[in-house]
Design a binder for this molecule. Structure first.
Ligand SMILES: *Cc1c(COP(=O)(O)O)cnc(C)c1O
Length: 229
């Protein structure tokens, strides 16, 4: 088991890396939001993240989100980053600020049915086409965005992807770059409900590449809060 460093310490390292990468990529660090992914850690560790200055928390399970929400509530902005079963929507919908895993019309329909508010959603895209990855195939995304007009509760704030699990940096970079290109195509559609300004990409192992390729939200678990399991 690895030693668990303080979140504050990890956060400093990540923020320094973000500054370095932004400097080289001609971007402002202010454009990058860090989401602490707390799925492998306790409520206490998630609280530590918030007191260390983390503003965004991400969970991939309804139970994990609800448990942490009980104690942290509006002290953080909440992101649901995992595959979302339609029947779980009503449990979490009034607790979350962002959903990163919109990938089918039935889910959009359920979200629309269960809330009065506007929900900021990322369309999750399976850029690499790997079977194991969730998300919508790339070629279906533009058609899907058009269909979302029928569900006014949904605001498409951006696109989300997970890079393939590989050591091959070029392959990871291509995945992020392809997602960025898709964002441009959606923006050209000029749809009021799909401004699509954000890019949710980059995790502990690949967030530097993601920032170089245009990430605005990076989702960091192990490198920030660790893994207590
Ligand atoms: C777990 C998870 C992360 C964080 O993973 P790390 O490699 O621990 O940083 C990011 N995004 C999603 C969708 C996840 O499920």
């Amino acid at each position: 088991m690895s030693i668990l460093h303080s979140v504050e310490n990890n956060l400093e390292i990540i923020q320094k890396n973000i500054r370095d990468v932004c400097g080289k990529a001609n971007r402002s660090p202010d454009e990058i939001q860090i989401i602490a992914v707390t799925k492998y850690v306790s409520v206490e560790r998630a609280e530590e993240a918030v007191t260390s200055g983390v503003k965004h928390l991400g969970e991939n399970r309804d139970d994990g989100l609800l448990k942490k929400w009980e104690s942290i509530s509006n002290k953080a902005t909440w992101h649901f980053i995992g595959t979302l079963q339609s029947k779980k929507v009503k449990r979490i919908i009034d607790k979350v600020d962002y959903i990163h895993s919109l990938d089918r019309e039935s889910l959009a329909e359920e979200i629309h049915k269960r809330t009065e508010k506007t929900v900021k959603c990322f369309i999750q895209v399976n850029v690499s086409g790997e079977d194991s990855k969730h998300g919508l195939p790339r070629e279906e995304v533009l058609g899907f965005v058009q269909k979302l007009k029928a569900y006014p509760s949904i605001e498409v704030v951006g696109l989300m992807t997970m890079a393939p699990y590989t050591e091959d940096e070029a392959e990871i970079r291509k995945c992020f770059r392809d997602l960025k290109a898709l964002q441009g195509q959606i923006q050209e559609m000029n749809l009021p409900y799909a401004p699509c300004k954000e890019m949710s990409m980059g995790m502990s192992n690949d967030y530097k590449i993601a920032i170089e390729e245009g990430a605005t939200f990076i989702r960091i678990g192990s490198a920030l809060v660790g893994n207590e399991q």
